[in-house]
Design a protein around this ligand. Structure first.
Ligand SMILES: C[S@@+](CC[C@H](N)C(=O)[O-])C[C@H]1O[C@@H](n2cnc3c(N)ncnc32)[C@H](O)[C@@H]1O
Ligand code: SF4
Length: 360
């Protein structure tokens, strides 16, 4: 079966103050027994043909090039597959990047967040803006063209200038893809118990988001998803698999999978994963998933797909509501597709639940 392959690397040098991804802090390397467990699990999925591979984390750039090679060697990777590795700028060296490229990695996603060192410190990041710049320069020197940068919006004492300076920096350093996320204060993180004083309010977050979408368009980047922008042809093929409800297999603690419409995931326990603990079932894909995920994409929700694949039609009362939304400028309806504008993306949850409760 063809699918996207996700590999979770649950190790970080230091936990950032806002992060609730499953990873252990205080690690400088990825233990070989973890790599062996990943190899074992991938090897147990006979017949899996990988359209994409994505090393996510945690901090996959703690892997040595040789460990990346070992993992890729056990997977059946289709010709031309997109192979992405997420990297924290502080963990990269020229030698490591050369090794990743030689191992077959052809896309990098670098966690920059902001280029204001003061904000990076508040976030608890271990890198500086200078390090981020060096990471991009070294990546390009290694041969990478498809490079993405992660940006966070609404940080401590944030401003539109900070957003623009960060985006300009990424573009100047050769990013062809940018992911921009609104800072979310997650329960269980240091930010939750010890919230910095000057984080953006909900209203300010909305303004920063809209300003960011506008600025990205000005700079020639296409917004193809709520938080993702790229140059023509450089959308994330792997992440698009998630949004299009295509097949993907996630390996590693906390990794989720969706294969043939069935969802399952590994529990958030690295020791259990190493010992061979298997994933648990998590229900099946349904029409609500289609509504929620398709609206995240600029291509939008296809009314024909809703009818033909899910046997559902949007009732007339809801169509009227959508027409009001359309006049308010939060969505467009063209060629039977409902597509959100940036203002609509801010209310995606509300619009999706209106549609979920208005289909029959
Ligand atoms: C797994 S991390 C990327 C790789 C690497 N661990 C790093 O941080 O450099 C994925 C991205 O999610 C975003 N992120 C993580 N936690 C977030 C939060 N609470 N709010 C907004 N964005 C967040 C950050 O932009 C981060 O770069
Ligand atoms: S944001 Fe990235 S580097 Fe920071 S703790 Fe989370 S996964 Fe690790």
């Amino acid at each position: 079966m063809e699918a996207g392959l996700y590999i979770h690397i649950p190790y970080c040098k230091k936990k950032c103050n806002y992060c609730d991804f499953y990873s252990c802090g205080g690690c400088d390397i990825v233990p070989q027994e973890y790599v062996d467990a990943v190899v074992r699990e991938i090897g147990s999925h006979r017949g899996l043909k990988c359209k994409t591979v994505y090393f996510g984390g945690g901090t996959p750039s703690l892997l040595t090039a040789n460990q990346v090679k070992q993992i890729l060697a056990v997977a059946d990777i289709m010709p031309g597959a997109e192979i992405t590795l997420e990297a924290n700028p502080d963990t990269l060296t020229q030698e490591k990047l050369d090794g990743y490229y030689a191992a077959g990695v052809n896309r990098l996603s670098i966690g920059v967040q902001t280029v204001y060192d003061k904000s990076l410190q508040v976030l608890g990041r271990i890198h500086s803006a200078e390090k981020a710049g060096q990471a991009f320069d070294m990546a390009r020197a290694a041969g990478f063209v498809n490079i993405s940068g992660d940006v966070m919006l609404g940080l401590d004492n944030y401003s539109v200038e900070e957003m623009k300076d960060t985006i300009d920096f990424l573009i100047d350093h050769g990013a062809v893809h940018i992911s921009a996320y609104l800072l979310k204060v997650e329960e269980g993180t240091p930010f939750y118990t010890n919230r910095p004083e000057n984080l953006a309010t909900e209203e300010e977050l909305a303004d920063y988001y809209l300003a960011c979408c506008e600025y990205m368009a000005e700079k020639g980047f296409i917004q193809y998803e709520i938080s993702n922008f790229c140059h023509e042809g450089y959308h994330s093929r792997h992440n698009s698999i998630y949004w299009q409800l295509d097949n993907y297999l996630g390996i590693g603690p906390s990794a989720h999978s969706c294969m043939d419409g069935k969802r399952f995931y590994y529990e958030r326990n690295v020791d259990a994963f190493i010992k061979g603990c298997q994933p648990v079932a998590d229900g099946e894909v349904d029409a609500d998933d289609y509504i929620m995920l398709s609206l995240r994409l600029k291509t939008g929700l296809d009314i024909n797909t809703l009818k033909e694949k899910w046997w559902l039609e949007i009732d007339s009362r809801t169509m009227k509501k959508l027409e009001i939304y359309r006049r308010q400028g939060v969505l467009t309806i063209e060629n039977n597709c409902i597509s959100l504008t940036p203002a609509g993306f801010l209310a995606e949850n509300v619009i999706a639940s209106d549609i979920m409760s208005g289909v029959e």
